[in-house]
Ligand binder design. Structure first.
Ligand code: PGI
Length: 487
């Protein structure tokens, strides 16, 4: 049973949902430039689909919120786009920065500086975001606002320049630079000042490790700047952690609301079901290393040769942990890291197949493995003892064949964890409606609601009604029995 105050919500982001109609264009982000770059399109690194043909949440938000509340959905996560609010650089505004080499220990933003920053903001965009947020509050929903979901303003990150000239040689080099940490702290302070009265909880960023690993290591995924460099990967990861810590401080200076981060977790298992050192290493590198930085204030031993460090200035910087979970990772021994991914499970399956363990697989080749969500909640509680909110969980499934079962079986694992006393405050499904799936474009469909991108029409899929029923019943009992695979 879920209590009355348990949050059943949906998650959205800025770049993937906003554009599509009049006045919704935001051409000032790295992703906007990246997905239309001729080289990227010609090589097939990106789909060639353009975000300005998207769902147009920017104009249609009232109808979307109405559909949500009609279904009984009581909470929403949205993102605000840094590039909309600050299309031009804020670097000229002086703030007090305590720095020690690459370490950004403290950023203090005075009232005077904050006023100056306002002078550079696009207040039209701010007003528009306030309208969206007001509508959410007027409809009685809980509002979580995320300050960064992958995209960066072009004046912070120019991925085409980075690719051409090298990450060290470009000043717009994104999370590679400590300057970005300082600018992000300014942006966070600005947002706290202008939106806090409407916000229920804050999130600094979505999936920092996806930004650094797909940007600099797994460069086939089509994320900017797709510039292979292990050094850049580590530097960007640490800068993202520092940026979280400094943004946390910025918000806390002006707000009493909870501030968290959203991180994508994928628990590791060995194919033979036994635990072992390779499973522990995989879990550490994948799930714990980053979060340890902003909770324990420890830059740990990610791999041989990386300097470890104590960072008191990054300690205890989470009021809650946003947990994104899609599927697991199965590993065996070997490879340079001591573990390697076994294909046929987790993220490594053939689309629309059956995994080696007999579970169904989605449109993007991800195994349906609900137990992983329970295991991740347990694992995270044991290590961090933090309140948790499931901030993303969902499946690419245009025909909605699997989504009803995916939804029921995953929420039932949350219900099980809750009944055992784990502190989980909410479940936010990814996503409310179809949207722009980054390098893969519009074809991959994660919505409870189908979107016709030509007419912008919204049609609820059966799972939207399944979710609605589940929310009204406040339990998965009576529904979970119909799931046709083992949980
Ligand atoms: O792929 C579905 C969603 C995205 O649309 C969200 O923007 C993003 O936050 N998703 C899945 C994940 N993260 C998100 C899981 C981790 C992942 C990220 C990128 C896996 C593959 C590529």
């Amino acid at each position: 049973m879920f209590g009355r105050d348990f949050l059943f919500g949906v998650s959205l982001s800025g770049f993937q949902f906003e554009m599509g109609g009049e006045g919704s264009l935001d051409p000032n982000s790295d992703w906007f430039v990246w997905v239309r770059d001729g080289v990227n399109v010609a090589s097939g690194l990106v789909s060639g689909d353009l975000p300005e043909n998207g769902a147009d949440y920017w104009n249609l938000y009232e109808k979307d919120h109405e559909m949500m509340t009609d279904l009984g959905i009581g909470a929403i996560r949205i993102g605000v786009e840094w590039s909309r609010i600050f299309p031009k650089s804020t670097k000229s505004i002086q703030v007090d920065v305590e720095k020690d080499g690459e370490i950004v220990k403290k950023v203090s933003i005075s009232q005077k500086a904050l006023k100056e920053i306002e002078g550079l903001a696009n207040m039209k965009a701010v007003e528009h975001y306030r309208k969206i947020m007001k509508d959410i509050k007027e409809k009685g929903m809980y509002l979580m606002v995320n300050l960064n979901h992958f995209s960066l303003p072009l004046w912070i990150h120019d991925p085409i320049k980075v690719r051409r000239l090298g990450v060290e040689n470009v000043k717009e080099n994104g999370w590679y630079s400590e300057d970005t940490v300082v600018e992000f702290a300014k942006f966070a302070a600005f947002c706290a000042k202008h939106f806090d009265d409407l916000v229920d909880s804050w999130v600094t960023m979505n999936e920092p490790q996806v930004v650094s690993s797909l940007g600099y290591v797994l460069v086939g995924a089509g994320f900017p700047p797709s510039y292979p460099s292990f050094e850049a990967y580590v530097k960007a990861s640490v800068n993202l952690a520092q940026a979280h810590a400094r943004a946390y401080d910025s918000i806390k200076a002006l707000s009493s609301k909870d501030v968290g981060i959203i991180y994508s977790f994928s628990p590791a298992y060995s194919a033979d079901g036994k635990s072992g050192e390779h499973v522990e290493i995989a879990n550490y590198q994948h799930n714990f290393w980053f979060v340890d930085m902003i909770t324990f204030g420890e830059i740990g031993n990610l791999f041989e040769g990386l300097a470890e460090a104590e960072r008191d200035d990054m300690k205890n910087k989470l009021d809650f942990l946003g947990v994104n979970y899609y599927t697991r990772t199965v590993v065996d021994k070997g490879g340079p890291l001591g573990w390697r991914v076994v294909e046929g499970y987790g993220y490594g399956c053939e689309p629309y197949s059956t995994s080696k363990a007999g579970y169904p697989v989605s449109q993007v080749g991800w195994e349906v493995y609900p137990r992983g969500l329970y295991d991740v909640i347990k694992m995270l509680h044991e290590r961090y003892k933090l309140d948790m909110i499931v901030t993303e969980n969902g499946i690419a499934d245009p025909k909605d064949m699997l989504r009803p079962y995916y939804l029921i079986s995953h929420v039932s694992e949350v219900e099980r964890a809750l009944s055992e006393g784990y502190p989980i405050l909410g479940y936010f499904h990814w996503s409310f409606m179809d949207n722009y799936e980054w390098a893969k474009g519009f074809d991959k469909r994660f919505g409870l609601v189908e979107v016709d991108f030509k007419t912008k029409e919204r049609r609820p899929r059966p799972s939207a009604y399944v979710y609605s029923q589940m929310i009204r019943r406040r339990t998965t009992k009576g529904m979970v029995e119909s799931v046709p695979y083992e949980i």
